[in-house]
Design a protein around this ligand. Structure first.
Ligand code: NCD
Length: 305
């Protein structure tokens, strides 16, 4: 593994290896300890699109491994971007200084473009509506930790499935496992891209699509909620039309399985009632902790520590 650019890139074995390694780092994360594994190494975080969790998570992961961080959360304002430098050249430049790079951008394929120029590993922290491999990885890690398996379960993925890069990453990663049943719940205009649905069906997965969230609550082992991706809409009216269509409430959770998991990448807007947080099946804050452990595992793997 040289970079982590796409959720498609990882094999079943690599996934299991990463999850085992992430599990070994969990105590360090929970106890807020620092290791010396990455001593002398530098992570550069280049974020061209807003982020709270993902950038902090990459940085916390590097710091807990014992490395150091150089960071720019507003890359679009840097001289590189404003003077018109190519992402290829930015990759070349930053890789002369840092040992590993984490990047987020609003355009699909842009992280791969920067990686072309980089001589150090590059990790995709989200490229447009395309992919968000590390979020997908931490979602699967959370499922494995709680459900005990990544095979033979039903996942309902709900919300803006057209634009949610997290939903896309979850599908790509889960397609490396067997017997996963996918239920996609979205308004007609925000359905899962056909290429993803067809890809799963061609691989032999059971896929169903519906607009009725309440009808699938009883069936799902994992309920994966996503936010309506405001920043991907051309106008406010289109966004407002879809905002608030799907809301997980305490009432609705009564229909879900006793041992179901409710996951969400955060930030939440209004799609999960705050009262649901007290439900032990709600795992979204546990996901944040798992995200640091997972990114520690990824950095350690890419840097061959
Ligand atoms: C997600 C993202 O940026 O795609 N957030 C995250 O990385 N935790 C999900 C979202 O913004 O809805």
């Amino acid at each position: 593994m040289n970079h982590l650019l796409s959720s498609q890139d990882l094999s079943h074995e690599q996934l299991l290896g990463l999850f085992d390694k992430a599990k070994s780092f969990l105590p360090t994360v929970k106890e807020k300890k620092m290791l010396k594994l990455a001593e002398g190494k530098i992570l550069a975080t280049l974020f061209y699109e807003p982020s709270t969790r993902t950038r902090f998570s990459f940085e916390t992961a590097m710091l807990r491994l014992g490395g150091k961080v150089i960071s720019n959360p507003q890359m679009e304002g840097t001289s590189s971007a404003t003077k018109g430098e190519s992402l290829y050249d930015t990759g070349k430049t930053v890789s002369e200084m840092a040992d590993i790079i984490a990047m987020r951008h609003s355009a699909m394929g842009s992280v791969a473009e920067l990686a072309q120029g980089s001589k150090v590993p590059v990790m995709n922290g989200g490229d447009g509506a395309g992919d968000h491999p590390t979020q997908g990885l931490l979602d699967l890690f959370t499922i494995r930790e709680n459900l005990g398996r990544l095979e033979n379960f039903t996942i309902a993925i709900i919300g803006d499935l057209k634009n949610s890069r997290v939903a896309h990453a979850q599908c790509a990663l889960l397609s490396k496992f067997e017997g996963v049943k996918f239920i996609f719940v979205a308004p007609a205009e925000l359905k899962m891209p056909k290429v993803i649905v067809d890809g799963l069906i061609n691989k032999g997965f059971s896929v169903s699509e519906t607009e009725d969230m309440a009808a699938v609550m009883e069936e799902a082992d994992v309920i994966s909620m996503t936010r309506v991706q405001k920043e991907r809409f051309e106008n406010e009216a289109d966004y407002l039309k879809h905002k608030g269509v799907y809301v997980i409430t305490v009432e609705l959770m009564k229909k879900a399985k006793k041992d179901a998991l409710l996951i969400h990448p955060l930030p939440r807007v209004d799609e999960i009632e705050v009262e649901v947080d007290a439900d032990p099946r709600a795992k979204y804050f546990e996901q944040v902790e798992n995200g640091v452990a997972l990114r520690m595992a990824l950095i350690a793997t890419l840097l061959k520590l």
